[in-house]
Design a protein around this ligand. Structure first.
Ligand SMILES: Cc1cc2nc3c(=O)[nH]c(=O)nc-3n(C[C@H](O)[C@H](O)[C@H](O)COP(=O)(O)OP(=O)(O)OC[C@H]3O[C@@H](n4cnc5c(N)ncnc54)[C@H](O)[C@@H]3O)c2cc1C
Length: 430
């Protein structure tokens, strides 16, 4: 302790970061009878809970398993998810008075359709569990001392003492929320390493300035996006809605595949991203569909009859938006007014190619400011999975996005926060 430091509190457990994971950890430890202080650098708590799911907070997904995550090993992710599953999340929130409802995408939202319901319930539960919430209280450093840790406040000669510390500082996504990657420094100073790459995930992707898809801002459709190595081997694939914007690609499909694109490009700049506008259909199947079509112009076929073998919620009707259909025709050099039956073999195959392997020459991404999560962080191999206690620093526990785990769109990231926060809170309390 430096001579000008004031000890402003002594706790059993200090939780650094009161986001989703930190609040769950604090509630769990507080309910176990521990004196818990939860610190957050933000003036207003819960920024990410409030913006989540367009202000409705997609709390979890009805079918969560490790296949919907990336980062650390699937086995380790499954281990932690199994400690607090979706049923327990539902029961936990129901007990706090927050009923969840499932939408046809499998996502669960509060019946109020208002994220405030979720945040208010968590803050109430923390207070009821005896947790002291202090904010804005940004942590500069966590230092091991005899019998525990000293937690120093940024910019002030103040600190706290605790037997155990739970690091729940989040990642780098949406840095104005207070999650700016500072937690990685704290973890490194305590002996941890982070993955060599820390990249935006669930982030919109940009296309080159003159790319024609950028002229179709606002158009949305269903597609399968496939990332391929230069050998054409598929590296990642997602079928979901795509939203075209003035900068390129947004919506769940591009967001889901973004972390794979950004990471793979660093290993091999020749990887390619393409989309299939007839999800689930191969070029051969689509060609057969075209050959059996009678009496329709190419434009009518594309807009009213283009088949799909995989259903995408919100895109039940077959066919493409007309502006996109015209762009496909122009890409394939086919007259939209010509009859399908009059197409030459070359034109037919060019059309099939433009539909099933439409190239998306991604030029970059929108960065952490527009990312929903972070790919990378402290590897799960550095924590005991039953308590989330650090393997390198006794008494330190980690949970949430500061760890190397990122999920798909759909409530998977909050489920990770609830499960890992619960495990860390219980582990620190016991
Ligand atoms: C726009 C947007 C929408 C999203 N929508 C969804 C959704 O609908 N469903 C879903 O599952 N996921 C969603 N996510 C992702 C989800 O919000 C995160 O995965 C989740 O919030 C991570 O929880 P966390 O507690 O680990 O980190 P965070 O929520 O980032 O919380 C970390 C907290 O630590 C504090 N902090 C950081 N450093 C310090 C420090 N040095 N000292 C003190 N405090 C510190 C921060 O102020 C912050 O409050 C969304 C994310 C964004 C950005």
């Amino acid at each position: 302790m430096t001579p000008d430091t004031d000890i402003t509190g002594i706790a059993d457990i200090v939780v650094v970061g009161a986001g989703a994971a930190g609040l769950m950890a604090a509630i769990t430890a507080g309910r176990a009878g521990k004196r818990v202080i939860a610190l957050d650098g933000a003036k207003k708590l819960g920024a990410k809970i409030l913006v989540a799911g367009g202000g409705r907070c997609n709390v979890t997904h009805h079918a969560v398993d490790e296949r919907h995550y990336a980062g650390s090993s699937p086995h380790a992710i499954r281990n932690v998810l199994g400690r607090f599953g979706v049923d327990r999340t539902r029961a936990f929130f129901a007990e706090l008075g927050v009923e969840l409802k499932m939408e046809d995408t499998g996502k669960l939202f509060p019946v109020s359709d208002d994220a405030h319901t979720v945040l208010d319930a968590l803050l109430r539960a923390a207070t009821d569990a005896g947790v002291q919430l202090r904010h804005p209280w940004r942590v500069r450093a966590v230092t091991p001392v005899a019998g525990g840790f000293e937690v120093a406040r940024e910019g002030e000669p103040a600190s706290l003492r605790a037997t155990r510390v739970i690091l729940a500082t989040g990642g780098k996504a949406l840095p104005r929320s207070g999650s700016d990657g500072g937690g990685y420094e704290i973890a490194r100073a305590l002996g941890h390493t982070t993955t060599p790459r820390i990249l935006p995930a669930l982030v919109p992707l940009t296309l080159p300035a003159d790319h024609p898809l950028r002229d179709l801002a606002g158009v949305s459709f269903a597609a399968t996006l496939t990332l391929r190595a230069s050998s054409a081997k598929p590296l990642a694939e997602f079928t979901n809605a795509v939203l075209l914007t003035h900068f390129g690609l947004s919506g769940p499909g591009p967001m889901d595949i973004s972390r794979h694109v950004l990471s793979a490009r660093l290993d091999d700049p020749t990887v390619t991203l393409s989309m299939n506008l007839a999800p689930g259909l191969s070029p051969q199947q689509l060609d057969a569909a075209l050959l059996s079509t009678r009496g329709l112009s190419v434009l009518k076929w594309l807009t009213n009859a283009l088949p799909r073998a995989i259903a995408v919620p919100g895109h039940a009707a077959p066919g493409l938006p007309e502006r996109l259909a015209r762009l496909i025709c122009s890409h394939a050099n086919v007259d939209p007014a010509s009859l399908v039956t009059s197409l030459s073999r070359g034109h037919r195959l060019a059309l099939v190619d433009a539909i099933t392997r439409h190239p998306l020459p991604v030029s970059g991404d929108r960065g952490f400011t527009y990312a929903e999560v972070t790919a990378g962080g402290v590897p799960l191999s550095q924590v005991h999975l039953d308590t989330m206690e650090s393997r390198v620093c006794h008494g330190l526990h980690l949970c949430g996005e500061v760890l190397d785990v990122d999920g798909r769109i759909g409530g998977f990231n909050f489920q990770w926060a609830w499960a890992s926060g619960y495990t860390a809170g219980g582990g620190a309390a016991n």
